[in-house]
Design a protein around this ligand. Structure first.
Ligand code: SF4
Ligand code: SF4
Length: 474
């Protein structure tokens, strides 16, 4: 016998013990005997003597110990010394021929709000205010369908900005063209939009309903908190107006809120609770990355945020155990990732399954990289993505190239964090921005413990409510 414990993290919640197998991102429930054998084998089982000592220490029958060890070997938690860290097949290898399933269409590089932390510089993306024209929008739609392989039956288009509703005419035209192409090509097309909500009218509500569009509204708090963070250029607040205008959308259901968390709106429990009460189907919170000390979180702020996430996660678990869904999407996303066995070299779909298209025809790694010349993958006017360039960029930013993440237990769930955050703070998406890693690891641990508890108390819940797709965490 010559076995060692592979890289694992022990988790304990609600009197349950689990181990998380780092190389495969697998989570296993442990009974106390199995846990004690695994713990007892921490220094390795290299000789018959070490096995005898383990058996004596455990107080178990030798045959029982052998059974447990056999099971641990099957789960790859105990492995021969030369076989540690084997990840198995990965789901997200970039391939030259692989088509993109999702297009983020930047129909408007301009915005009627002036949020101080906006990564897109109030929608301008380092350029001047522009609206995408109809011809360009159709070129993008045609490119999406033309490059798509025959097996891909469903394509996604996200209308994005700036504020996309400033270019409703082109949204409508692009949607109509995409539907025609879907009919001709025997595919389906899904639409989504991320909007500040200020321009919603009954006509827009009808249009979004007609194309079955999933709507995400950006809101950064309740009342005056949101008004301070998301003002019009005149300085006037936007909260009451947004809630009023989107009411018919909320009544339709399926509207999500996206909260950018800054130093100024750390009370995520109040924000999420109130927005869910106002009728949002789900609310997701994402810490800001503005490179601006007035907004960016620091040490103690992350503790407040994690505390709030802990309260919301507890609510999520309690509802899940009863078979109900609580609309805190952060925890839903992490549970989805763990359930799908997220063991990836990339944190998101940027450049793998999705690309962003700017009004000038440039196609970028993702919506946040628009306007960054080094991350342009091609131009829709010149045939679309340069596959060689795309593969080169993807190779440079993959997790396995990152020594900074190589000893982090969360590396195959986190996959090195958002490329754009790394780019913003480190000047290069292939270099890890380590400042918020303690927060990330604490959050992933919370998510794993939530998943473990739900799986042990109501396993049907996870299969019932988890939908596919994990494109962007930001
Ligand atoms: S938590 Fe930090 S060190 Fe760990 S994988 Fe994510 S970015 Fe890398
Ligand atoms: S996680 Fe970051 S890099 Fe990935 S799609 Fe979202 S913003 Fe872009």
């Amino acid at each position: 016998m010559n076995l060692v414990v592979d890289e694992v993290v022990s988790l304990h919640s609600d009197n349950l013990s689990h181990v998380f197998h780092v190389p495969t991102s697998s989570l296993y429930a442990m009974d106390s005997e199995t846990m004690s054998i695994l713990e007892g084998a921490r220094d390795g089982l290299h000789t018959d003597q070490s096995l005898q000592k383990l058996t004596a220490d455990s107080g178990l029958d030798p045959a029982e110990v052998e059974d447990i060890i056999d099971n641990l070997v099957k789960l790859r938690l105990l492995v021969p010394p030369g076989e540690t860290g084997n990840r198995g097949p990965l789901a997200d290898r970039p391939q030259s021929g692989r088509s993109m399933g999702n297009l983020v269409l930047h129909v408007a590089h301009t915005c009627n709000l002036g949020c101080g932390y906006c990564y897109a510089e109030q929608g301008l993306y380092k350029g001047k205010a522009t609206l995408m024209n109809e011809e360009r929008a159709h070129e993008y739609v045609d490119w999406l369908f033309d490059q798509c392989d025959p097996e891909t039956k469903s394509l996604g288009i996200t209308f994005f900005g700036g504020e996309p509703l400033l270019n409703l005419k082109v949204m409508k035209s692009a949607a109509a063209h995409a539907r025609e192409r879907a009919d001709t090509d025997n595919k389906s097309v899904r639409f989504s939009v991320t909007t500040n909500g200020t321009l919603v009218t009954p006509e827009i509500v009808d249009f979004l309903a007609a194309i079955d569009c999933v709507v995400t509204v950006s809101l950064d708090g309740i009342g005056k908190t949101n008004d301070r963070l998301r003002p019009f250029h005149s300085g006037r607040g936007s909260y009451d107006l947004v809630l009023d205008r989107i009411q018919p959308l909320l009544e339709r259901g399926k509207v999500a809120a996206r909260v950018t968390v800054t130093r100024q709106n750390l009370d995520v429990v109040d924000t999420v609770t109130t927005l869910l009460e106002r009728g949002f189907a789900e609310v997701g919170c994402s810490p800001v990355d503005a490179k601006n000390p007035a907004y960016d979180l620091r040490g103690e702020d992350y503790e407040v945020l994690l505390d709030g996430f802990g309260t919301l996660s507890r609510r999520y678990i309690d509802e899940a155990v009863q078979g109900r869904k609580y609309g805190f999407s952060n925890i839903a996303n992490i549970i989805k990732a763990v359930h799908q066995g997220h063991n990836k070299d990339y944190p998101c779909g940027a450049g793998l399954q999705m690309v962003a298209g700017a009004p000038n025809g440039e196609m970028s790694l993702c919506h946040r990289f628009v306007g960054e010349p080094d991350y342009v993958l091609g131009n829709v006017k010149e045939g679309g993505i340069d596959s060689h360039r795309r593969l080169q960029i993807l190779e440079d930013i993959q997790l396995s190239e990152r020594s900074d993440c190589s000893s982090c237990w969360a590396r195959y769930i986190c996959s090195g964090g958002c490329h754009h955050v790394n780019f913003l703070f480190e000047g290069d998406p292939s270099r890890t921005y380590l400042t918020h890693c303690d927060y990330l690891r604490a959050w992933y641990r919370m998510g794993l413990e939530a998943y473990a508890e739900i799986m042990s108390r109501n396993p049907e819940f996870v299969g019932e409510f988890i939908d596919p797709g994990f494109l962007c965490n930001q």
